[in-house]
Design a protein around this ligand. Structure first.
Ligand code: ASP
Length: 345
């Protein structure tokens, strides 16, 4: 019997790939080339599953943009050989990595599904097995014409498939570790996997090869506004010579203090040629700088709207756009444009 689909599993590190080593009575990463022996349930699919492992393995708190470039290169090199890609990743920064990959791969025609777990795969109550098995099934799923059901970068976790650049890690204890507050799930796994086909993005041309972007510029900072924030702190972040763009995490619908010193510093940073992007601290909802006077002042000072973007996605989008040859006017326009389903306007 010829295999139905072929999947490349990429293990980057994180809790999911651990199992108890009885000799040292501690958790240690298991050998992913033996994945079918470790998770025999995967054999039932009759898929061809190959695995590659990062060396060294990375606790995702140590992930760097260079790791995203490595992932993009791996996917590019093997793109024609596999029907889908499953990336096993620590949960701590999975939302950042999923967001970054979504911008770095343009015109995706195959699934790239990130997953991980709260409990190691070698523990009795692990969530890792279910997450891995369903992620593989989703990465392999095709329609009658042979096209991928979900040709997007996604996170699959605790029975929910989410668009990667819409996710945030919201819980460090529960199995439901991720949320996508501003976009419904792309699929939900129960007895069967139900796909929300109406919102899943499709490529313009199934036969075209994606563009793999590998140049990122990380001179971007995040400034979280809070009561009592001082001019020194705001200046230190907004006007630092090395930051070329700053994400402002503002209140509610995109509001910030209306104090004169604050608005003057915003104007100064804009005059220095920096891009300032407004995202909300709220878990759900969107920036709308036209509602309140405090928001209007920001808009007039030259701040760009991040709409309902997560901070993770805004950061990844800026790393990507600052790494392109566009000028700042074009970058600002693209920030306010939905490139990969990351914002709703
Ligand atoms: N610190 C780990 C990591 O993010 C936690 C996990 O795997 O969930 O790599």
């Amino acid at each position: 019997m010829s295999p139905k689909s072929s999947i490349l599993l990429i293990y980057t590190g994180g809790t999911i790939g651990m199992k108890e080593d009885p000799t040292i009575q501690a958790l240690r990463p298991f050998d992913f080339s033996q994945i079918l022996a470790e998770v025999p349930e995967l054999r039932k699919f009759a898929y061809k599953i190959d695995a590659v492992t990062f060396d060294p393995l990375i606790d995702s708190s140590d992930i760097e943009p260079q790791s995203w470039v490595t992932l993009v290169e791996l996917i590019e090199q093997r793109y024609d050989s596999y029907d889908g890609f499953v990336i096993l990743h620590g949960t701590d920064t999975m939302a950042y990595s999923a967001s970054a990959l979504s911008f770095m791969i343009e015109g995706l025609t195959k699934p790239v599904i990130l997953t991980g777990s709260q409990l190691p795969i070698g523990m009795p109550r692990t969530d890792g097995k279910e997450n891995l098995i369903s992620a593989v099934e989703i990465a392999a799923a095709k329609d009658e014409e042979g096209h991928a059901l979900v040709p997007e970068v996604c996170i699959y976790f605790d029975n929910i498939l989410m668009r990667g650049n819409r996710t945030t890690k919201v819980n460090s204890d529960h199995f439901r570790a991720f949320r996508s507050e501003n976009l419904p799930p792309l699929a939900e796994a129960g007895i069967s996997i139900r796909y929300n086909t109406g919102i899943i993005l499709k490529p313009e041309d199934w036969t075209s090869t994606p563009i793999f972007h590998k140049s990122l510029n990380t001179n971007v900072s995040v400034l979280k506004i809070h009561p009592g924030i001082t001019p020194q702190v705001v200046r230190g972040i907004l006007c630092a010579p090395e930051s070329k763009a700053v994400i402002l995490e503002t209140y509610g619908a995109g509001n910030a203090p209306s104090k004169e010193w604050f608005l003057d510093m915003i104007k100064e940073a804009v005059a220095m040629g920096k891009i300032l992007l407004n995202v909300t601290q709220c878990r759900a909802g969107s920036v709308n700088m036209d509602i309140y006077a405090t928001g209007k002042c920001l808009k007039e000072a030259g701040i760009v709207s991040g709409y309902d973007s997560t901070t993770e996605s805004a950061l990844a989008k800026l790393f990507f756009l600052m790494g392109t040859d566009y000028d700042n006017t074009q970058r600002a326009a693209l920030l306010e444009t939905d490139l990969r389903g990351e914002i709703t306007k």
